[in-house]
Design a binder for this molecule. Structure first.
Ligand SMILES: *[C@@H]1O[C@H](CO)[C@@H](O)[C@H](O)[C@H]1NC(C)=O
Ligand SMILES: [Ca+2]
Length: 220
């Protein structure tokens, strides 16, 4: 009993909403944290291409999960993970590539990750700039039925055990598209300006907060 209790996410208070979060953030206040935000929209079809963008602000130096898309067969189907300052890991279908990034002083970090099955190419953009592309999971298809959350790293569909990989800080401007954004639109995402429509987007986000995460105005 005790073991199975530890393996599932705790039952936390839940707040559901659908709203325009422009100029707002999710504030993850606990460190470490058991808290997370479930994103409700799922892709309608399995994915051969996708782009995920988000902006984060934290002074954590330990590992943390930002965006976790788990399916029944693969918990790391899509995962944006920061194992330490100076590195991002991008998982698709359970395998990952890493991107070395500057260990900047405390700034908001905007990242976009894009993947194309046909060539197995991963793009990584940070603060509007493309990194050298890498290869991952050529020919793979990402299943549509997924549990998508922010602020934790799932170890199975809808579940995580390890608050050591939890996010603490501020998260904003989360988007997912079922295609690759053009370079022009990647830069638009960085500026959060004139983005293509999508079912999972910050301007009309369907989400459920689990635990102690609050929506606050962004500090400018
Ligand atoms: C994925 O993108 C490629 C081009 O990069 C395109 O040929 C293909 O039709 C796209 N697949 C889907 C399902 O949209
Ligand atoms: Ca995992």
């Amino acid at each position: 009993m005790w073991v199975s209790f530890l393996l599932v996410l705790p039952v936390l208070s839940a707040v559901s909403a659908q709203e325009d979060l422009s100029r707002k953030v999710f504030l993850f206040r606990n460190e470490p944290s058991e808290d997370y935000v479930v994103l409700k929209p799922q892709p309608k079809e399995p994915l051969q291409n996708f782009t995920v963008c988000l902006r984060s602000y934290t002074d954590l130096t330990r590992p943390y999960g930002l965006f976790s898309y788990a399916t029944h067969s693969e918990d790391n189907e899509i995962l944006i993970f920061k194992p330490k300052p100076g590195e991002y890991r991008v998982f698709v279908g359970g395998e990952y590539v890493f991107f070395r990034v500057p260990e900047d002083p405390l700034i908001w970090e905007h990242v976009c990750v894009a993947w194309e099955s046909a060539t197995g190419t991963v793009e990584f953009w940070m603060n509007g700039k493309p990194w050298p592309r890498k290869g991952l999971k050529k020919g793979h298809t990402v299943p549509a039925e997924a549990f998508i959350l922010l602020g934790q790293e799932q170890d199975h569909y809808g579940g995580s055990a390890d608050s050591y990989n939890s996010f603490s800080g501020e998260l904003a401007d989360v988007y997912m598209w079922d295609f690759l954004l053009s370079p022009h639109k990647m830069r638009s995402a960085y500026q959060d300006f004139q983005l293509p429509s999508c079912t999972l987007g910050w301007k009309n986000l369907q989400y459920e907060i689990k635990g102690d995460v609050i929506v606050k105005a962004r500090l400018r």
